[in-house]
Ligand binder design. Structure first.
Ligand code: HEM
Ligand code: HEM
Length: 184
């Protein structure tokens, strides 16, 4: 049950969280639906959208992290064993690391292909690797693999959220849902 006593994340932190979920869902769908990328592929259509949305995600996560480091999160539940709290902290940290590293690898791969990355053709962004760079090309394969690693981690995170909600019943979910008053 959500109550006004539930210590929750502030509205901006919740907004960042659910916006990231929404954009990631779209980004995975586009990544899988877009045409296969070959040597002479051009970054148009869904591929162009994947680059712009991916760059948006990495910028959003950077703003989110800046907010996170400058605003104290709500107190952790004291009924959980220290091992579970540590597991949650490690998972969250890994999620943040991958949310930055994954798009940067895709971006470097795009640069290595000679593609200009921009925010929806409005804001041009710098190249992260030299055109033709072998390192940038390898990062394309690592990008694809890491997209799966992030997905597995998200699966664990969601499973943990549901476990809290339906098995432990400690209202951890309420900390990240809209409408719960932040009391600290
Ligand atoms: C969190 C953000 C991102 C996610 C979740 C994501 C996910 C994906 C997925 C699922 C694929 C298809 C993999 C496959 O076919 O097996 C893919 C491919 C690709 N992505 Fe991303 N991506 C992200 C960000 C970016 C960014 C920012 C860029 C570039 C600016 C980018 C560039 C690419 C490229 C070039 C490919 C094709 C790689 C190849 O076939 O060699 N991605 N991405
Ligand atoms: C794309 C998928 C998701 C990503 C990348 C993600 C990422 C994160 C991260 C990084 C945190 C840590 C917040 C912080 O302490 O700074 C977090 C917290 C949280 N997430 Fe997610 N999340 C995702 C989806 C979900 C979903 C679908 C749910 C619910 C079913 C959920 C429920 C929660 C809850 C309840 C917290 C707060 C945990 C606490 O009390 O400390 N998340 N999420």
């Amino acid at each position: 049950m959500q109550t006004s006593q539930t210590p929750a994340f502030g509205a901006p932190a919740k907004l960042f969280h659910w916006l990231t979920v929404l954009l990631l869902a779209a980004q995975y769908a586009i990544g899988w639906l877009m045409p296969d990328v070959h040597r002479d592929t051009q970054p148009v259509g869904l591929i162009g959208l994947h680059l712009s949305l991916g760059a948006t995600i990495v910028l959003l996560v950077l703003v989110r992290l800046a907010w996170r480091f400058s605003h104290k999160p709500p107190a952790e539940s004291s009924i959980l064993p220290a091992s579970m709290r540590l597991a949650a902290r490690v998972t969250h940290a890994l999620l943040y690391v991958l949310l930055i590293a994954l798009p940067l690898m895709g971006w470097a791969n795009a640069s290595a292909r000679g593609w200009a990355v921009s925010l929806f053709h409005v804001v041009p962004l710098p190249a992260l690797a030299a055109t033709g760079s072998a390192f940038g090309h390898t990062l394309g394969d690592v990008h694809k693999l890491t997209a799966w690693v992030l997905l597995v981690l998200i699966g664990l995170h969601v499973a943990a959220a549901l476990f809290h909600q339906f098995v432990i019943r400690d209202d951890t979910l309420g900390r990240m849902l809209p409408g719960v008053r932040k009391i600290r």
